[in-house]
Each structure stands twice: as C-alpha cells, then as structure tokens.
Design a binder for this molecule. Structure first.
Ligand SMILES: Cc1cc2nc3c(=O)[nH]c(=O)nc-3n(C[C@H](O)[C@H](O)[C@H](O)COP(=O)(O)OP(=O)(O)OC[C@H]3O[C@@H](n4cnc5c(N)ncnc54)[C@H](O)[C@@H]3O)c2cc1C
Length: 387
C-alpha cells in the first residue's frame, strides 16, 4: 500500500520517499494474491502478473460435501503477489518516487514543523525529514502504538505455500475446525500444474498447513510441495484512529482488511487512494494537523466502516461454530438452493460481503437455524449478538 500511495502522490508532482526494509519490492510475501475484478481494474497491471482467472469455486463442508458456485465471467484473479509489488513499485519510481531499500525504519518523531524518520541503512544510520509520513508497514507494526494511535488486538494467523499438482482448475475452499479453526483453508490454481495452498486460523498455522498439505496429497489433489511455507497475519478489526498530526496509516497497519476472508489488497488500495487525496488537499492548504487529516478517516469510514462491522460480526459468529454447526448451515444453504439465489443477486460480489450476509440471514430457513445457534452460542459465551 506504501508504493501505491507513493505512486499517487508522486504522480501529483510531490517529492516522495519510500523506505523499505527488504532489499527489493516483492521480496517476501505470504499472500495468495486473489483479487476481484474491481481490484484488478484499479491496479491496471499487465497480464504478466495474472496467474489464473477464476469464475467458479468449490466450497467444502467439514465432512467433505461441497457446493459449487459458478458465474459465466471471471470473478477473481489469482495474481503473482511479488510481481504485483514489483509492478506497483516500478510505477511509483516512474512517477518520481525515491525508493530506499534495505533501510529499516527504527523510529518516527514529530515536532511542530516536521516529522523525522530514523532508519538503519546498509551504510549506517540515516534520517529523513518530511512534512508528513504515511505508515504502511503492515500488520503488527509497532509505530501505531508508539505514536499513540493504539494497536489492533484481533487478528488471524496464516500460512501459504506453492504446490505442484495436475488439473487444479478451480479455487477450492475448505472449512472445519480441524482444518482451519475460525477461518478456512484454500487451494488456488496459479498455472496449469501449479497452485497455492493456504489457510488462516487463530493460532498454530504451521501445524494446520502441514496437515492440510498431507490431506491434499492423500486426496491426490496435489503432487508435491514446491516452495517454502511462508507465514503472516491479518488484522480483523480496523485501528480506531488512522491519522494524527502529520501522519496517516494505511493498509494492514490500519486494519483495512475483510474480516470474512482476510483479503486486504482491495480495501487497502481504496484507502491508500483516499489517503493520497487527503494528503494532496492538506498540502494545498498547508495544514498537516490531525483535524485536517481526519478527513481521511471520514472518507474511508464512509466506504468501509459499515461493511467491516457486519463482516466482523459474521466472522465472530462463524468462529464460534463447531463442525456439526457448520455442517448444519451448509446443509440448509445447499438444500434450499440459497447459494444459487445469492449468486443470481447483483448484491453478491467478491469484495462486498455485508449485503450477502444480510440477505442470507433474511432467508427464512437459515434465519431460524441461525437464531437457534446464536442463542446457544450466546448462552455459552454471552457475547455474540445480532446488531
Ligand atoms: C496467508 C495469507 C494470504 C493472503 N491472501 C490474500 C489474498 O489472496 N488476497 C488479498 O487481498 N489479501 C490477502 N492477504 C492479505 C494481504 O497480504 C495484506 O492485506 C496486504 O499484503 C497488506 O498490504 P500492506 O502494504 O498494508 O502491508 P504489507 O504487505 O505487510 O507491506 C508492508 C511493507 O512494509 C515493510 N516494512 C515493515 N516494517 C518496516 C520497517 N520498520 N522499516 C521499513 N520497512 C518496513 C515490509 O517489508 C513490507 O514491504 C493474505 C494474507 C495472508 C497472511
């Protein structure tokens, strides 16, 4: 999100520095790179970054039954995430942004006139002075806390690995508390004989990914693991405050991630665009106060706040279910063709899940069952409620 924001700002003729601890863009990533059509359009990347175009998916219940969803046109793209990061960084460089690789930011200090970023480069300590800083250092960054913006305390841990297989032509999603507790696992095609297997869960992603790979091998879906397992975490809630004097927070650092799927590329990019707009206005007005920059939060809340709240509620509900309960919901969806009616609805999109969730829970048969489950879960934990 840092390079994307830098590109938008440098494109306006501003002097922008990107400070990156890795030696190059796209060096490390645990991201599968699945994005919607809208996100793909926003990125305006060339087709070299696209590994697969998906128009269907199979969603598996804990017992192995599946629902297949399909549309006539491409619904999602599987992107080569490191190549995407390199592409965005190149765009930013071409727009005039200055990149400092192998430079680890160790501290950010503000005073009335500027903000100073201290970092360790290969040549030794360096420092950058600026009118404003964008924090885009991903989930778990210490800067939001040290700068008084707080930290996000609900997150999922994830793992991903490249696998070799034959004939993986559809995205597959696996549910179940023994597969990926609180979340789900996936197998996403990324070429004719190549795919990405991954999962999100509450903890111990290493043991769950090992078990998933073993299971996929036994089922004959994959032949071998062809890369190293990479690990990451995604925030499930946004940061309460994403601005301060001379400072804006974007992307995972701000918690701009879908709590239902852990997808953060599209929402992060949308917010990065809004951050760039706000910064350009602040520069025009010569005003970098928290009050001026609060416009950023108002703008991104207008777009995402409601969506993230509903999605988070749905995620919290899902993560309390046991396998039998997930299976029960699955059976109702399948037997009443709820997935088919949802698919036919224009409300159902890859990125925006709140309408799907609200439409689904309005469905009579599902509503009854969810209400029963909800009261049982509320009785058990006392903290799951419909809003
Ligand atoms: C297993 C897994 C699979 C995922 N799959 C998908 C998916 O399919 N689709 C999707 O939309 N999202 C997915 N996500 C989420 C997605 O990866 C993130 O939402 C996205 O990468 C956030 O981008 P970001 O720029 O905010 O943060 P990051 O991608 O984390 O980038 C932060 C950058 O800051 C740099 N940095 C950090 N600290 C410092 C420092 N002190 N000094 C200098 N540089 C620093 C890092 O090196 C990094 O380059 C997945 C996440 C996981 C864990």
């Amino acid at each position: 999100m840092g390079s994307y924001t830098a590109n938008r700002l440098a494109g306006q003729g501003l002097h922008v520095c990107v400070i990156e601890k890795n030696a190059r863009a796209g060096q490390k990533s645990s991201c599968t790179g699945i994005v919607s059509r809208d996100c793909f359009k926003l990125l305006s990347v060339d087709t070299g970054v696209v590994q697969w175009q998906a128009r269907s998916a199979k969603i598996f219940s804990p017992s192995g039954k599946y629902i297949r969803v399909e549309r006539e046109t491409t619904q999602a793209y599987v992107l080569d995430r490191p190549a995407l990061d390199r592409h965005i960084a190149k765009q930013a460089q071409e727009s005039g942004a200055e990149f400092h690789f192998s430079t680890f930011v160790s501290g950010i200090r503000k005073d009335a006139k500027s903000v100073r970023v201290q970092a360790a480069a290969q040549s030794g300590p360096v420092s950058f002075e600026s009118r404003l800083v964008v924090i885009a250092s991903g989930f778990g960054t210490s800067f939001t806390k040290s700068l008084g913006l707080g930290q996000i305390n609900d997150y999922a841990q994830g793992a991903q690995v490249e696998v070799a297989g034959n004939g993986i032509e559809e995205v597959e999603v696996y549910s179940g508390t023994d597969i990926a507790p609180g979340f789900f696992a996936w197998l996403a095609p990324a070429g004719t004989s190549y795919a990405k297997a991954g999962l999100l869960c509450r903890s111990n992603p290493g043991s769950y990914i090992t078990a998933l790979l073993e299971r996929l091998k036994q089922q004959g879906k994959i032949e071998a693991v062809s890369g190293d397992i990479s690990y990451g975490a995604v925030p499930l809630k946004p940061l309460a405050r994403t601005y301060a004097d001379r400072m804006i927070v974007v992307g995972d650092a701000a918690g701009q991630v879908k709590p239902t799927t852990g997808g953060g590329i599209y929402f992060g990019l949308l917010c990065a665009g809004l951050a760039a707009e706000t910064i350009c206005d602040a520069l025009k007005n010569g005003n970098f106060s928290a009050r001026e920059l609060s416009v950023y939060q108002k703008k991104w809340h207008n777009v995402l706040k409601h969506e993230l709240a509903i999605d988070y509620w749905a995620h919290r509900f899902y993560r309390k279910l046991n396998n039998r309960q997930i299976e029960q919901i699955f059976d109702i969806i399948e037997s009443h063709g709820i997935h088919e009616s949802l698919l036919a609805s224009p409300d159902v999109t890859f990125d925006w899940h709140s309408n799907v969730i609200l439409d689904a829970i309005k469905h009579h048969s599902l509503q009854k069952s969810l209400a029963k489950l909800n009261s049982r879960l509320a009785g058990r934990s006392g903290n799951v409620r419909h809003r």
